[in-house]
Write a protein that binds this ligand. Sequence first.
Ligand SMILES: NC(=O)c1ccc[n+]([C@@H]2O[C@H](COP(=O)([O-])OP(=O)(O)OC[C@H]3O[C@@H](n4cnc5c(N)ncnc54)[C@H](OP(=O)(O)O)[C@@H]3O)[C@@H](O)[C@H]2O)c1
Length: 245
Amino acid sequence: MIKFNKEQIFIVTGASSGLGEGTALLLNELGATVIGIARNKERLDAMKAKCKYPENMHLEIKDLTEDIEGLPQYVKELKNKYGKFSGMAYCAGIVDINPLQIIEKKQMEELFDIDYYAPIFLTKGFADRRNNIGQGASIVYISSIAAKYCDRGMLTYAGAKAALISSAKTIGRELAPQGIRVNCVSPSDIITPMVETSNKVRTNFAYYPLGAGHVDDVANMIVFLLSNKAKWLTTQNYRIDCGTI
Ligand SMILES: NC(=O)c1ccc[n+]([C@@H]2O[C@H](COP(=O)([O-])OP(=O)(O)OC[C@H]3O[C@@H](n4cnc5c(N)ncnc54)[C@H](OP(=O)(O)O)[C@@H]3O)[C@@H](O)[C@H]2O)c1
C-alpha cells in the first residue's frame, strides 16, 4: 500500500480541477503535504474543503504562463516557504482544437505556454539541488494519447503533448544521477471539466471496453509514479486508455 508522510512535499499544478484536483486530494489522503497551484481561488478553496487533512494542503494562486522564465525562481520561493520537494505532478493544461487552415501562431503559443514551456521551466527550478530531496524525488507530467494518435484539428495540442513526452525522456536521463525520476502519463478521454465543458472535444465512451475513464483512474497512476513503489521507473510514458488503442 502506498503511504506518504507530511514531510514529503509535492507540487501539484492544475489542482483546482479535474486530474490535478484528483491527484492533490489523493496525495493528501495518503499522508503527503501538497502545494496545490492554479489561478482560480474559489475552485482551489473548494478542492481544499474536500481534503482529508486540510492542514497538509497549501494553496498557491498563480498563472503559470505570466512569467515562464521566472518559474525557476518561483519554485525556489516555494521551497523557502514550504521546504524541499519530494515530487511534482504537472496537471495544468488546456486543449485547443483547430484545423491547419485556421490556426494562428498566437493560439499555438498560448497552448504551448501552459502545456509545454511551463512544465519545462518549473522542472528547471525543481531540478536545482537546493529545491528537491534528491534520491527518491519524482516528477510526473500529464501528456495525452493525442501525442501519438492524433485526430483532425489536434495539431497544436498533439504537438505540445508529444514534445512533452520526448523532453521527459531526456530530462529523466539528465536527472537520474541526482536520483530524480521523470515520467509521463497519457490518458485518453477522462470525464473532467475539460472534456465536459469543451464544445470541441469529441468523446465516444462506447469505444472503451470498460466504459468511461474517471479522474481516480489517472490519479492513482500518477501517485504510484510519485511514490517509492515506482523507484525503478523513469523516462517512460504510460498510456491510460482502457485498451482502446
Ligand atoms: N480530461 C482528459 O480527458 C484528458 C485526457 C488526456 C490528457 N489530459 C490532460 O490532463 C491535464 C489536465 O486536464 P483536466 O481534464 O484535468 O482539465 P481541467 O479540468 O480543465 O483542469 C485544468 C487545470 O489547469 C489549470 N490551468 C489552466 N491554465 C492555467 C494557467 N495558465 N496557470 C495555472 N493553471 C492553469 C486550471 O486551473 P485554473 O483555471 O484554476 O487556473 C485547472 O486546474 C491537461 O494537460 C490535459 O491536456 C486530459
